[in-house]
Design a protein around this ligand. Structure first.
Ligand SMILES: [Zn+2]
Length: 208
């Protein structure tokens, strides 16, 4: 879309302060970070058509929990903090920080590189949803790795979660071998083997 200033000759046509000759003003003045620095506050009072923020912002802000990728850890999050302090100094918010807690989620990798729209290596979950159901795909996504860690996407990993939604959680002595050939958490087979308790996530192979 570009800057609207590019369509305003009355803005960009000017004279050079040094030599008095014709000059052009910079029109790329409004970095995208400008808006991402305060959207969380505007969302909280989006119905207000007359001002930037109203007092409703202080009901919602600061944000309790921010979840984002490591690429936000500098720039966006840093600018948002500066911006929030400006809003505070201007009396528009009454808190000191925009976000109380941050969880930096791991990235989803595909064949070793970050899965991203710009790289064009994303996996459309629709075919997996059609085959296994949304709950199974969701379960895999949530349990494939701790949220802070990166995970290598594996289509076959989804199959590991497939029987789970239909299987009651096995906790007692009578736990039979589950669909993956292993007993549930804390089952007798585990202690007999003397191994460390296994994470049910290990049922899905080939990640990380
Ligand atoms: Zn000049």
């Amino acid at each position: 879309m570009g800057s609207p200033l590019k369509k305003m000759p009355e803005f960009y046509e000017t004279v050079c302060p040094s030599c008095g000759g014709a000059a052009t003003r910079e029109t790329d003045t409004f970095d995208t970070f400008m808006e991402s620095s305060w959207y969380y506050a505007r969302y909280a009072c989006a119905r207000d058509d007359n001002s930037m923020l109203d007092s409703e912002v202080n009901y919602w802000a600061p944000v309790d929990q921010y979840v984002g990728g490591i690429e936000h850890a500098i720039l966006h999050l840093l600018y948002a903090r500066f911006y929030h302090k400006l809003l505070r100094d201007e009396g528009l918010v009454n808190s000191d920080e925009p976000f109380i807690r941050l969880l930096t989620q791991g990235m989803v990798l595909k064949d070793g590189s970050k899965m991203s729209k710009s790289k064009g290596n994303t996996v459309d979950p629709q075919s997996l949803i059609d085959r296994y159901g949304a709950d199974t795909v969701r379960l895999f996504s949530m349990f494939a790795a701790p949220p802070e860690q990166s995970l290598e996407w594996s289509n076959s990993g989804v199959e590991g979660g497939e029987p789970l939604p239909q299987t009651p959680v096995e906790t007692g002595e009578q736990a039979d071998a589950g669909p993956c050939g292993q007993t549930g958490r804390g089952g007798p087979g585990r202690s007999a083997e003397g191994g460390a308790p296994q994470d049910p996530r290990n049922h899905s192979q080939g990640k990380r």
